[in-house]
Design a protein around this ligand. Structure first.
Ligand code: FE2
Length: 88
């Protein structure tokens, strides 16, 4: 099953939208490999590409939010830390 990047996910911030699209593509790559039974390749893409990209994205996103004074940054950080601790 492929994830679709729908317009409702657009933030209007070009770089963040581009990174979100890449994340969806990487998730789809992992899913496709798993569906084809290529578990070892899926694990490799997950570890070598997806995890690294998520870390980069969270860092970039938080820096952007700091720059614009995003009011809910603390909650976003909590969500990011939870994701990093529990899934990465
Ligand atoms: Fe994001």
């Amino acid at each position: 099953m492929k994830l679709q990047f729908v317009n409702e996910l657009l933030t209007g911030v070009e770089e963040m939208d581009r990174q979100h699209m890449v994340l969806v593509e990487l998730l789809n790559e992992v899913t496709s490999l798993l569906e084809r039974g290529e578990r070892e390749k899926a694990i490799k893409v997950f570890r070598d590409k997806l995890v690294e990209y998520v870390e980069t994205h969270l860092k970039d996103e938080e820096e952007f939010m700091e720059k614009i004074g995003y009011p809910d940054l603390d909650n976003h950080r909590k969500g990011s830390r939870y994701l990093q601790k529990s899934h990465l």
